[in-house]
Design a binder for this molecule. Sequence first.
Ligand code: HEC
Length: 125
Amino acid sequence: MGIGRSVAFALAVASMAALAGCGEGPSAPPDAEAASRNLQPADPALAAIYQRSCASCHTVAATGAPLTGDEGAWSPRMDKGMDTLLDSVVNGFGGMPPFGLCMDCDAAQFEALILFMASGEPNGA
Ligand code: HEC
């Protein structure tokens, strides 16, 4: 009986350690969050939209959004293709509300914002 308990205890400790390790995964290191807050599109009109609509989530790791400039988080998204990503923004996707909170944005603006966020480059390159 004593042995069974200590095995259970060891398993509990091991699984807690595994969970703790999870929080430090490569998807959202604290540096990526700080770095994302220093980035914005070069175009002033696009920067204004980005600041009021997208940045509130895409610079905050706790929202679950891929962070601006975090190429590791964006590359599997970009692999879906731009048409799919535009659909995700327009219709909403997971924790993201429809239109990413920019109701008057058009597809070209969404595409420019996506290219900027995925690359972290002010010109979306
Ligand atoms: C209220 C928070 C919020 C706002 C505002 C927001 N997003 Fe998101 N976005 C998210 C979250 C959360 C995800 C990840 C959803 C998931 O994978 O379940 C996401 C994912 C995405 C994706 C990837 C979709 C996919 O199919 O993988 C794109 C593209 C995107 N956002 C673009 C934008 C753009 C452009 C804006 C601004 C116009 C914006 N988002 C505003 C929360 C937000």
